[in-house]
Structure formats: C-alpha cells, structure tokens
Design a protein around this ligand. Structure first.
Ligand SMILES: [Zn+2]
Length: 321
C-alpha cells in the first residue's frame, strides 16, 4: 500500500480524489513584501473557508500546500483547515527561492541542511509537530545561485534518507534541466521529482523530454491570467496524451494573492482549474480526436490518478554505491 503524509497523518493514496498539486492557503510572506504589496498576505483560516468549500464541491480532497518556512508558512493553521473542511493537506519542508532562501542556505554545509530537513520530516516542522509530505526547493530566473544549489542537493539527500518526494519551484519554467542534472548527480530517481510552473515556458520538446524521464510536471499557472499559460497547457497535455505521457502531468492553482481567492473577495478561485479548465481540456481532447471515454480517462489521470503516484511516500532502498 502507498501513503501520502498529510498534516493530520498518513493517508492511503486510494482515498485521494481531485487534487490541487500546488497551492498556498496560509502564507505570511515577509514584512518587506507585505509593506509593498499587502495582497500577498494570506493570513486567515476563516476567509479561505469559501474557497475550500468550492474545491470540495468539485470533488476535491487533496491540496499540496507549497508555502515554506522562509515565506512564513503555518502548519498548525493548515491542520485547522484540514480538520474544519475535511480536506487532506500536504505541508512542505524546504525552501522557496533566491532572496527568500538565501539567509537559510548561503555558505551552509549541504549535509547539515539535509539533516535539518530530515529532522522536520521525522519530528515535525518546528514549533509544530506536523510532518511535511513534500520537500520544496526553488531556483531563480535563468540561474541557480550557489545557495540554491546547496538547497537542491540538501533536498536530494533528505529525500534519499526519507522517501518524501521533492517538488521544485522553477522561475518562469527556467533551469529545469539544470535542476535535474543536480538531482541526477545526487542519485535521486526521476519519478520522485515534481517540477512546478513549467507551463510558463514555451518549449514542447523540453516538456516531452522531462516527462519521458518519469519526472512529474505541475501545470499550475493556468488559473492566473497574467501568465497566459492556459492555451499552452491544453495544447501540451493533448500532445502528450497522444503518447500516453500525460500520466506525468499535475494541475494546481498556485494562488498566492488575496485577489485570486473568493474568500477574500477575489477571482477566479477554485472554479478556474477544477471546473473551467477541465471543460476546456475535455473540448480540446475531443477536438484532437480522442473518444469521450479516452478524454474522461485522461482527465481522471491528471486530476486524480497521477497525484497518487506523485505524492506517495517512496520506500527508499539503501543502495550501495
Ligand atoms: Zn507557489
């Protein structure tokens, strides 16, 4: 049997229904950021009530909450949300990108950082005792800074010791192959990796190459109009499905602003990915020549089946090298 680690404990993957593969429910960001742009402050378990109920109305029951300690996450609040709404939530350990993770990673020893990550995995994200079900690490636009490399390698080593899957932030979809090269060097199996935000990058052959290796891609900018990734995501999923490679695609909201969430009076909320995009994808698949049954299957894979494989805790064999 396979399990995911949620904020309320281990859950059998067979209980997973529609999944938001990348989200932010509670994020206090940084003081400097909030002063400049208060829209980024997600601080209310009460306000997000509406969004959780909409998600549930679309048969959603699992959210990967990708806020890290350097962007001020709140695992206790996630647990409250999970219990209040009867939704499974995965919290993550690890780090954001660039300026956020720099104070936590620069000039640090990789194995020391890995040991700290492992401690959160075994004992909970301090000061809570809530265990993370994902390790996150982010990289910058068109470069991986030296401290981000420390983060990537530490994430890899903590993963190899724990079996907790890794989900990475790519800035604008860049540096995906460079991330993979470092994970290769650290001997992380491709199928234990999720790369996020690749839908922001127009390069079908790259997407195809990455998913062919067994890596998961999270298309999670489709709900955010400013990125204009929706049409691309429809095109890419349809093309990948022709080769049965859609089995590596996940979808998510990645809302990090009040103005995207209905509970704060924003738009579009969970309707965008969990109703509208689903309908658009159905239409695109049918237009591309898939039967209704095939299209149903592909959509079911992306929303329900692929997440079971992507987020399951991996049994790590101790390989002798
Ligand atoms: Zn995010």
């Amino acid at each position: 049997m396979a399990y995911i680690q949620t904020v309320t404990g281990k859950v059998d993957v067979e209980k997973i229904r529609n999944t938001d593969a990348h989200s932010h429910l509670i994020a206090y960001a940084t003081d400097a950021l909030i002063q400049k742009d208060s829209d980024l402050l997600l601080d209310s378990v009460d306000k997000i009530h509406k969004d959780m109920e909409v998600f549930k109305s679309y048969d959603g029951n699992l959210i990967a909450e990708m806020t890290t300690v350097d962007y001020r996450s709140d695992p206790e609040a996630l647990k409250k949300l999970s219990q209040r709404h009867d939704i499974y939530i995965i919290a993550c350990t690890g780090f954001n990108k660039g300026a956020y993770n720099r104070p936590f990673l620069e000039n640090r020893d990789i194995d020391e950082v890995a040991a700290k990550l492992l401690d959160t995995i075994q004992n909970g994200i301090s000061p809570s005792q809530i265990k993370p079900g994902l390790i996150k690490i982010g990289t910058s636009l068109n470069e991986i800074t030296p401290w981000e490399e420390i983060g990537l390698r530490a994430a890899a080593r903590a993963h190899l010791q724990s079996g907790v899957p890794i989900s990475t932030h790519t800035q604008g979809g860049t540096m995906a192959l460079a991330q993979l090269r470092m994970f290769e060097e650290e001997k992380v199996p491709y199928e234990n990796l999720i790369l996020c935000h690749l839908d922001q990058l127009e390069d079908f052959e790259l997407h195809r190459t990455i998913v062919s290796k067994g890596v998961f891609l999270s298309y999670d900018s489709i709900a955010k109009a400013k990125y204009q990734t929706r049409e691309r995501a429809l095109r890419y999923i349809t093309a990948l499905a022709k080769e049965q490679l859609h089995t590596q695609i996940l979808v998510g909201n990645d809302f990090a602003r009040r103005s995207c969430l209905e509970g704060y009076g924003g738009k579009p909320g969970y309707h965008s990915v969990f109703r509208d995009f689903k309908q658009e994808l159905m239409q695109a698949l049918i237009t591309a020549g898939f039967s209704q049954a095939q299209a149903d299957q592909i959509i079911n894979d992306i929303y329900r089946e692929n997440p079971k494989r992507a987020f399951a805790l991996r049994a790590m064999e101790r390989k002798q090298s």
